[in-house]
Design a protein around this ligand. Sequence first.
Ligand SMILES: Cc1cc2nc3c(=O)[nH]c(=O)nc-3n(C[C@H](O)[C@H](O)[C@H](O)COP(=O)(O)OP(=O)(O)OC[C@H]3O[C@@H](n4cnc5c(N)ncnc54)[C@H](O)[C@@H]3O)c2cc1C
Length: 480
Amino acid sequence: MEMPAPNASVTANKAHIVTRLRRVLPADAVIDAPEETRAYECDGLTAYACPPLAAVLPATTQEVSDVLRICHEEGVPVVPRGSGTSLAGGALPTADSVILGVARMNDVLETDYDNRMIRVQTGRTNLSVTGAVEEDGFFYAPDPSSQLACAIAGNIAMNSGGAHCLKYGVTTNNLLGVTLVLMDGTITQIGGAHLDAPGYDLLGLICGSEGQLGVVTEATLRILPKPEGARPVLMGFDSNEVAGACVSDIIKAGVLPVAIEFMDRPCIEATERFAGAGYPMCEALLIVEVEGSDAEIDEQLNVIMQIAGRHNPVALRQAQSEDEAKRIWLGRKSAFGAMGQINDYMCLDGTIPVSELPFVLRRIGELSKEFGLDVANVFHAGDGNMHPLILFDANKPGDLELCEAFGAEILKLCVEVGGCLTGEHGVGIEKRDLMDTQFAPADLEAQMAVKDVFDPQWLLNPAKVFPLKASASRRAAQVA
Ligand SMILES: Cc1cc2nc3c(=O)[nH]c(=O)nc-3n(C[C@H](O)[C@H](O)[C@H](O)COP(=O)(O)OP(=O)(O)OC[C@H]3O[C@@H](n4cnc5c(N)ncnc54)[C@H](O)[C@@H]3O)c2cc1C
């Protein structure tokens, strides 16, 4: 993965920069010893690593503003960081950058059940947002599988989704407002406490902007009353294509399950060994969950079971109790950990029209043979958000490069069938150099012009999202 050379005048100026940062932050909030900055050298995409110049851990919006002002004045690149679980290398530092971590900013600032919203500092983890309101019968809907660890900051930057986003939408559909600090330290308020805020829809621009436009320090989130009940069904099929066709038929029928999750045989086997969830051994599994009152659940499942029946399932099991429902989800929720135990893997993230699932799954199988690397598939099938896990050996010379080339082919395939390069993990560095397969030069130029407005010196989260060639002149101007 090509990264630009660090700015030598910044690295040479480290002691001065750190001294200035120490003047505005408590002593333990500035980390510059090489053995400590290594903790920030990578995120969830561990194949790429580089220790930053320093890391800072502010606790308030004002401290974030002070840090950014100093870095702006000194020409220091800044990489915002939540919990560092990005699978796209979004929080990967450069050697001349300061990591700005929001982990200490994890307070609940306001809860308003009448208006169904909660305001939090963005270092708060996704699951603990629900944790703050669940006793009162509410929840925060977007549920990335990493929700125990990942922060609202990263969720907003990546517009993260999760298993239950088929019904409730992804982060952007559940975000009402943010406090955004610009690179020069200016503190701005975007959106508000209600769904429709006055002015331009800048919130839509900020959500999914991958730390390119500013640092989000506070967020107002929509919370929802917990549903009366939920019930998953486990369906086994004897091929990926048939399972894919079943997903497509469920969506076509107009029922709206809260989740449709897909796992193929390699993933089922690894998960069973890891979690023992009691899955049937078959080629492909679907978990379909619906919500509502008992009568509503029965009605929806009736339609879904009929559709599944037409695809000759080898297993069809409705959860009969809460315990059984938990076991059905246990395997899916353990899938990434299970795969990690048996191999190095790269988790891809692309989106396709649901009707293309059978074709794309077949083509991934063919590509797997061509590249000689195994693939396991586990993904949010209902919204066509695929996560092929390419298995490789990080210690075998050339395997990572082979894996990258295979991954690129899969993502190009997603674009070819009318989908897109990312569903929920973002572009980061992982898909940066594929952006021109999705966007024409004029489209990329328009997107970069937006960054010019928010971050004219191109100091925020450098070398991410835009192909290096496309952003070269802007980055060169910044170094000059
Ligand atoms: C096991 C596993 C499962 C996962 N499952 C899912 C899933 O189901 N759905 C999904 O969507 N993702 C998933 N992810 C990916 C990841 O968890 C999400 O992208 C998550 O939103 C990242 O949050 P984070 O706090 O860890 O962000 P980080 O990794 O720290 O950063 C992610 C991006 O956000 C930017 N950023 C961080 N903080 C700020 C800020 N304050 N202001 C502006 N920009 C900021 C960073 O610069 C970076 O570009 C998974 C990851 C793992 C490891």
